[in-house]
Design a protein around this ligand. Structure first.
Ligand code: ATP
Ligand code: MG
Length: 510
């Protein structure tokens, strides 16, 4: 939704007798911009209130009748109305105002916990539902009491739009005039604004000011700096982990079938595919045995396609205060959309949207799942979802239905040639010349081992070699391998069950 559309939507709510509009945000400057723009058109007065300042007529308000008489000529600053800092006094006061106005109450939800304030608030709301005045509540993290929520409508203030970000960049450039050189072509500006998407205006101003002041210049190289900063912001918010494509060095042995599929699917992102009205690939689900490279595969896809990788931290979705989880999920998805084209990796999807937890959490995981399915079906951004799962029985069957994902892959224990690949990767990573190893013996000895178990045996053998001050060798490694009891033995039945279902329904990764 563009800024203009947001303003129109807000105006429509106001004129269609919605007495209470709730905007869940901490970005007050944008609420101010929105209300200001809406009211100029509507020719309505605007008041704002905070517990610290009381009720005052907004300076931008049309026909500002309450301008401070004592202010110097031309001064815009209004003065608060007498005795309006207390919520109850303020509500009684606005009940007496007879002309149409918008009352923006900052951080007001917390005051509605007081039953007297809540009651008075409802009376005002009731009065406003007849005369088109509107109460706007902004703030974050506080829910409304049910009787107030009933009269309210939520307004979703989307993240800043490109034009707003552009405006913020222009503000910074103007403010720093003379101190920094701006060397941006129109394409650079476009790239910069794209890199800024997903940030708030305040974050944007900070990042851009820093990038400019750091070396006295705002140039094309700052786009990268902004992206790095955004990675940190995304990480600090705690819902997504960001792996930039430059630092992704994942190396996956085997998975030849998946790699072939990916090479083919990649064309789905090209302009030629758009010409033929082909949709971009939606995503894949990788189901399989523990430690066999599912998570690694997600990283490898991002590497192969040279796209940024965002990992959704499902645990963190629930971590914060419950009830906020839906919002957290939406926020994560919106952030991911600002990074498109990118890979959104949902590791162990059954844990966040599985069936088993549905009763325990009052249906929250079902709701999240429903939201996710709709989003997956309708998403218009170029976001490729890679979901992984171990426990097939916990995955809601809807997710496995054809058409949800482009493909569902099954990862079994690695076969001989794949084990050789995995051994080669992990020995190579420990600076080992392969010629010194008896690969055939190692491949044979690791039958039934997962990639993770092979890697662990290599690590342990190397510790021992270092400790005993001898070079690592086939013999040492074979000893470690013999000492390992792989999951394929300890959890034989589970694995056989998974295989029986998955082999006939899903595509093998090799
Ligand atoms: N095919 C492979 N090629 C290279 N390394 C592998 C492969 N499979 C597993 N590994 C090694 O094992 C580690 C664990 O693998 P990974 O985390 O991808 O497994 P997983 O299938 O996601 O397991 P889990 O179900 O426990 O999450 C990897 O970091 C990697 O070092
Ligand atoms: Mg994993």
């Amino acid at each position: 939704m563009s800024l203009k559309e947001s303003v129109q939507h807000f105006q429509t709510l106001v004129v269609s007798f919605h007495p209470v509009i709730v905007i869940d945000t901490l970005e007050e400057e944008r609420v101010q911009g929105l209300i200001g723009a809406a009211c100029t058109d509507l020719q309505m007065a605007v008041f704002d209130w905070s517990i610290a300042q009381g009720l005052m007529r907004s300076p931008e308000s049309p026909q500002n009748r309450w301008q401070n008489e004592y202010a110097p000529p031309g001064a815009k600053r209004s003065q608060a109305l007498d005795k309006t800092t207390e919520p109850l006094d303020m509500l009684r006061h606005i009940q007496e105002i007879s002309f149409k106005a918008i009352y923006w109450l900052k951080d007001f939800a917390r005051h509605l916990k007081d039953p007297v304030v809540a009651r008075q608030f409802r009376e005002v709301a009731n009065q406003f539902s007849h005369n088109r005045s509107t109460l706007v509540i902004s703030g974050s993290g506080h829910s409304l009491p049910p009787e107030v929520a009933h009269d309210s409508v939520y307004f979703d203030l989307k993240l800043p739009q490109p034009e707003e970000l552009y405006g913020a960049v222009s503000d910074v450039v103007r403010a720093l005039k003379g101190r920094v050189k701006v060397e941006l072509t129109p394409e650079d500006i476009h790239a910069l604004v794209k890199a800024l998407q997903g940030m708030t205006l305040a974050q944007t101003r900070k990042v851009v000011s820093y990038a400019a002041l750091h070396d006295g210049r705002l140039g094309p190289e700052d786009v990268k700096r902004v992206l790095e900063r955004k990675a940190r912001v995304i990480h600090e918010e705690g819902l997504l982990d960001y792996f930039p494509s430059e630092t992704n060095l994942a190396e996956l042995g085997g998975f030849a079938g998946l790699k072939r599929w990916l090479n083919c699917a990649k064309v789905g992102f090209t302009p030629q595919a758009r010409q033929f009205n082909l949709p971009a690939p939606k995503g894949i689900l990788i189901v399989g045995i523990q430690g066999c490279g599912k998570s690694l595969a997600a990283k490898t896809i991002a590497r192969q396609w040279q796209l940024p990788l965002l990992k959704l931290d499902a645990g963190r979705l629930y971590d914060k205060y419950i009830g906020e989880s839906d919002k957290n999920f939406r926020r994560a998805v919106t952030l991911a959309e600002t990074m498109a084209p990118c890979i959104l990796w949902i590791d162990e999807i059954e844990k966040s949207m599985g069936q088993s937890s549905s009763d325990a959490d009052g249906g929250l995981s079902r709701r999240l799942f429903g939201y996710f399915l709709t989003w997956l079906q309708e998403k218009s951004h170029e976001i490729f979802v890679v979901a992984t799962a171990n426990d097939l029985s916990a995955i809601p069957p809807e997710l496995l239905r054809k058409g949800r994902f482009d493909e569902i892959f099954f990862v079994d224990l690695p076969e001989a040639d794949e084990r050789e690949n995995i051994l080669t990767i992990h020995l190579g990573r420990r600076q080992q010349g392969l010629a010194a190893y008896d690969m055939a013996a190692l491949v044979a000895a690791t039958e039934g081992f997962s990639g993770a178990e092979i890697e662990q045996a290599i690590i342990t053998a190397h510790y021992r070699a270092l400790y005993e001050r001898q070079p690592a060798s086939t013999a040492l490694l074979l000893e470690e391998i013999k000492r390992t009891v792989p999951l394929s033995i300890t959890r034989r039945e589970d694995i056989q069950r998974l295989r029986a279902v998955a082999r006939e329904r899903f595509v093998p990764v090799r």
